[in-house]
Design a binder for this molecule. Structure first.
Ligand code: AQP
Length: 344
């Protein structure tokens, strides 16, 4: 797909996750699970713990370092192999910040104010939000375009930011009369591209939601997973036979989608098995499949976390490899823009 959309560009996949809290089932199904699946296909895969995005909202420094390692552990426990993919944390490759500045001069202020994530996170007091929170999508565009990535696997919530990345690439190419940046394709696939909160079917499951009961963390043990699913908000009706019957039942639809994504089935296949049954029967089955899929990941994450020095080494080596790809692309961007480079 990316070859036809972006002729002349090496097929390359980039994606990242913020270490702004412990990772959730939403991060797993919307992103991590697919990162591993995309390895070894025709494209190069580059995966990043985006710690500079996390600091757009205040983070405790020691906790941020620990969560950066924990996110890297989650990537590897989900099947990302640092020998096959480039795995690193964003702040170790300075090209991201430099390119983000260049993109701050290309992107328009109005584009940033339209981003729903900014509106949600800044809330009513947006004047008091960090400037970084507003400019976040320019850094995200830099993350992607520093590698001239042709495709980005993400959850549904990141679609608007991806469109802005495409707008920045288009405007840059147009303003400077070049074909320097590809028009990156979003890869939003699977039954659970938008996992919702277990407490409110209209809100996405999020690592920074104040309610721990709203999400399943990748570090939760089997009892915690089963308890959160037992307490998940639902309705009193039995399950229908097809997804059309879930149209006005967001909480029920969410649990069916989660089951389908975990079991690698379609939502209709899941419903055909549970048609006519209530949540008293469905929830224990969901808890079982969730524990079966997530427990091995949780256990592997803990093993990686037993050796933080090794995680640091892997991220450092990954950063070297990432910088080797990004630096020439950044240099060429500076040349195109007329920024003098004469440092030996
Ligand atoms: N609920 C979700 N369903 C499907 N995919 C999701 N992703 C996040 N939440 C869900 C996907 O995970 C990747 C990494 O996201 P992120 O951590 O960079 O930022 P986010 O989307 O803002 O995630 P959170 O958990 O909501 O973080 P906080 O609470 O810090 O804002 C992305 O591909 C995203 O689509």
């Amino acid at each position: 797909m990316s070859e036809t959309t972006n002729p002349g560009f090496t097929p390359r996949i980039f994606s990242g996750i913020q270490p702004s809290g412990g990772l959730t089932l939403g991060n797993y199904l919307g992103a991590l699970k697919r990162f591993a699946a995309l390895q070894g296909e025709q494209s190069e895969t580059i995966y990043c713990v985006v710690d500079m995005h996390a600091i757009t909202v205040w983070q405790d420094p020691e906790a941020l370092r620990m969560r950066t390692r924990e996110a890297a552990a989650a990537f590897m426990a989900s099947g990302v192999d640092p020998a096959q993919s480039v795995l690193f944390n964003q702040s170790q490759v300075t090209a991201h910040a430099e390119l983000a500045w260049l993109f701050n001069t290309v992107a328009r202020v109005g584009w940033m104010y339209r981003m729903t994530q900014f509106k949600d996170k800044a809330g009513k007091n947006s004047e008091n939000a960090s400037l970084g929170l507003l400019a976040y999508p320019a850094l995200m565009a830099a993350d992607i375009l520093a590698y001239q990535a042709t495709a980005v696997p993400v959850g549904e919530d990141q679609k608007q930011h991806l469109e802005l990345t495409r707008d920045i690439a288009t405007k840059f190419n147009h303003d400077y009369g070049v074909n320097h940046f590809p028009i990156t394709e979003p890869l939003i696939e699977g039954a659970a591209t938008r996992v919702m909160s277990l407490r409110d079917g209209s809100k996405k499951m999020s690592k920074s939601d104040p309610s721990d009961a709203s999400r399943i963390n990748l570090t939760d043990n089997a009892d915690a997973i089963a308890q959160k699913i037992r307490k998940a908000r639902t309705d009193a009706d039995p399950l229908p036979g097809t997804v059309e019957g879930l149209r006005d039942r967001p909480e029920a639809r969410n649990l069916i989608n989660i089951f389908a994504a975990l079991a690698d089935e379609s939502p209709d296949q899941v419903l055909s098995r549970f048609e006519g049954q209530g949540f008293g029967a469905f929830k224990p089955a969901l808890a079982e499949v969730a524990v079966a899929k997530l427990s091995p990941i949780t256990a592997k994450m803990a093993e990686f976390m037993d050796d933080p020095a090794e995680i640091d080494r892997i991220l450092g080596t990954g950063a070297e490899r990432a910088a080797a790809i990004a630096t020439p692309i950044l240099d060429r961007t500076k040349d195109i823009m007329g920024l003098l480079r004469s440092r030996p």
